[in-house]
Design a binder for this molecule. Structure first.
Ligand code: ZN
Length: 490
């Protein structure tokens, strides 16, 4: 498979030629959601970023095994060794089984991802379903001398690890910096150093999420699950590990330390991270009152939102920025994205109805090559979108009668849109109606507009206006064009 796909590797801090370890197979692991609350904007960006990578790798002909986990134990408010588990806490307060809480939010997450047209991963392992694998990992690290037991908990010995290996390669932090920045209070008196992180935590008597282990009843530290599950499903060495930039430290740094401490080397070839999302220039946070769930976006029910924004507007907006750049959500920006999405869809719909000319007289570019070049340059989705807008201009020109496009070029344009807009970017045509076949409805509207055209030709203005007004009332926008009409659902 010869192609020049370059991706930015967070570890080496440069774009590298993507070369899988075992062509044509690609192993890809992305940190999934912690299922203790409703899916929000922060979930959308990594999901969409790595969905596009997943789609593109498949488009290039790779066989991709995409693993995205569900964190349903171990991930606490600030760090893996602090306080009570969020799911357990919610379960206690609402008198539910912890698994009831996790399942409820997992279902909500799946529904939101489907709305955003994010493909399901190949494997979606749950942390609670892999306690044995995590215990095995802890045992290996203990046997290699990079962890110690203290009062029923197991901690990673960072001091000892740093004597043999370099810690902080991914985040660029060294151990002293981490020590100075650490405000870690939990485990004080148990840990040899405040920077040591928990691999296994002893369960207090009131703790409901607990499993037996050689060290007594407890639960795994958050960082263990990705190392254990990545290795189980993708092997000791795999191609891509992704996630949000907020996971670089400490989560991914700890994952690297765990992998190296257990097997002598990191599991991952390319580390990839998407940048974060801000809302009106501010970080999103519950305490800031700008924490917006995806459902609130889709229904427009949050006080900061002037209107509802459909899933495709959100997806299109995220793809209009490069994944390593920041994205700021504001009503103005979302409204612009909504219009841009509609404009590109208008171009696609006009292309369907375009009458082929004998030859092409409008100026066309090599859109396919430009889209491929952009994707191969570290997934430059904004350039792909800009290229498709160029194609739309040519389509509109022909549609307005200022030139023609040959059948062969129309077919090529259709294929470029299908490949890049729908298959790779994963944009969905809202007017396509999902599982409902809209073809009969379309024919009925076309028929009504034919009747109106005849009425106009016969100067029967009353009938003509009646059809137009009633269609408008029913939610259709009708536009008269040079040789007929155009319509769409508002
Ligand atoms: Zn993870």
């Amino acid at each position: 498979m010869e192609h020049p796909l370059f991706i930015y590797n967070t570890l080496t801090r440069r774009k590298e030629l993507f070369k899988p370890l075992c062509e044509p197979n690609v192993g890809m692991y992305v940190c999934g959601p912690t299922v203790y609350g409703d899916p929000h904007l922060g979930h959308a960006r990594p999901a969409i970023t790595f969905d596009v990578l997943f789609r593109y790798l498949k488009q290039l002909g790779y066989k991709v095994r995409y693993v995205r986990n569900i964190t349903d134990v171990g991930h606490l408010e600030h760090d893996a060794d602090e306080g009570e588990d969020k799911i357990a806490k919610k379960a206690r307060l609402e008198q539910l089984e912890p698994m009831e809480v996790a399942q409820y939010y997992t279902n909500r997450y799946h529904a939101a991802m489907e709305a955003l047209n994010v493909l399901p991963p190949s494997i979606e392992p749950h942390a609670t379903g892999h306690i044995i694998e995590q215990e095995e990992l802890v045992k290996e690290i203990l046997a290699n001398g990079f962890a110690y037991e203290s009062n029923g908990s197991i901690y990673f010995d960072l001091e000892k690890y740093s004597q043999k290996y370099k810690y902080g390669t991914l985040s660029g932090r060294n151990l002293d910096e981490v020590k100075n920045a650490s405000r870690e209070l939990d485990g004080v008196g148990e840990k040899r150093s405040q920077v040591d992180f928990a691999l296994w935590k002893k369960a207090q008597p009131e703790h409901i999420m607990r499993w037996p282990s050689p060290w007594g009843d407890g639960f795994p530290g958050w960082h263990c699950e990705c190392t254990a599950m990545g290795r189980k499903y993708l092997g000791k060495k795999f191609d891509i590990h992704g996630g949000g930039m907020d996971l670089v430290f400490p989560h991914h740094e700890c994952e690297i330390a765990q992998a190296v401490a257990s097997q002598g080397e990191d599991m991952v070839r390319y580390w990839m991270h998407n940048n974060m999302i801000t809302i009106n220039g501010k970080k999103m946070g519950k305490s800031l009152g700008n924490f917006i769930t995806l459902e609130e976006f889709f229904t427009g029910s949050h006080k900061l939102l002037e209107q509802a924004y459909g899933p495709m507007t959100v997806r299109f907006f995220i793809l209009q920025a490069h994944y390593r750049g920041t994205v700021d959500f504001s009503n103005e920006a979302l409204q612009a994205a909504e219009k841009a999405y509609e404009r590109i869809m208008d171009g696609w719909h006009r292309l369907q109805g375009l009458t082929a000319g004998k030859e092409t007289t409008v100026q066309l570019d090599n859109y396919r090559e430009k889209c491929a070049e952009a994707m191969n340059d570290d997934l430059n989705t904004p350039t792909v979108i800009a290229t498709l807008f160029d194609a739309c201009r040519a389509i509109n020109q022909a549609n307005d009668g200022n030139g023609t496009i040959s059948q062969a070029d129309i077919d090529e344009l259709k294929s470029v849109f299908q490949t890049y807009l729908f298959d790779v970017l994963g944009v969905r045509d809202n007017a396509a109606g999902g599982s409902v076949d809209l073809e009969p409805y379309r024919k009925a509207v076309d028929l009504l507009l034919e009747v109106r055209r005849n009425a106009k030709a016969a100067k029967d203005w009353a009938t003509s206006d009646l059809i137009r007004d009633k269609l408008s009332e029913a939610g259709f926008d009708v536009k008269d064009t040079k040789d007929g009409f155009e319509w769409k659902v508002r």
